[in-house]
Design a protein around this ligand. Sequence first.
Ligand code: PMP
Length: 292
Amino acid sequence: MSDPQIVYLNGEFTPIEEARVPVLDRGFIFGDGVYEVVPVYGRQPFRWSQHYTRLERSLGRLRIDNPFDADGWRGLVDALIARHPWDDQFIYLQVTRGVARRDHAFPKGVTPTVFGMSSALPRVPAEQLARGVSAVSLPDERWLNCDIKSTSLLGNVLARQSAIDAGAAECVMYRDGFLTEGSSSNIWVVRDARVLAPPRDRLILEGIRYGLLQELCESQGLPFEMRPISRAEVESADELMLSSATKEVLAISRLDGRPVGSGEPGPVFARLHAAYQQAKATSASTAPRASR
Ligand code: PMP
């Protein structure tokens, strides 16, 4: 039997099977909410302050009152970790605008719905690390506020399904001929030993690994450039990579059925992956905070 999952919903901790939200919750009716996914290594949330800052920013963009302060959120994350037996977990946090009679306009005086859960963090399969994954190119048909980590994910859901239908793990999306991101990951391009990433603007979600990989490039002495990247540059890249909370950093070794570079995970991937593992180990070994 798998370990029981205890979730947090509006002030209560309950078994996941018993947690309920009213049908008029605006998360259910409109997808009117935001979320975060925080990896936990050795029972320590990884890059927590960056995740919290992004959550605060997403709430602010949707004009949803932040239900907790920074300590309150951290307390919730720590409580979820403590209730589960796994050393490596991932925490899912979601806030919706709340429950109200159905009307597009913001309701007055509603209390946001707050949900938190933890799951065992699946290991990235060794085969994917060794061989890389395949991806397909797709037009980016999402809205123009992709920097908000919103639960309205239909564009991402359809894009991911198109990738799966084509036998690939992820998609690489373009808007007006320039790279944006994957359905649930940021995409990295290596050309001439330089790591390229698309600008941090409203057309992509700035992953917490975006800042992290930028730091790792700096510490590894890898030149890093943030700029618009054309489709032709992606298609003739030496290496492609994706990053996300649960996939960490992975090589994309085939794009649209063709090999990327050598067709094997490349040397820049190997360096960034090793540096990433080091960053995780350092975070996991930090002593629990004495105070908040
Ligand atoms: N872009 C999109 C669209 C995502 O959904 C995600 C994460 N799931 C990312 C990028 C990567 O963000 P992070 O590194 O914070 O997981």
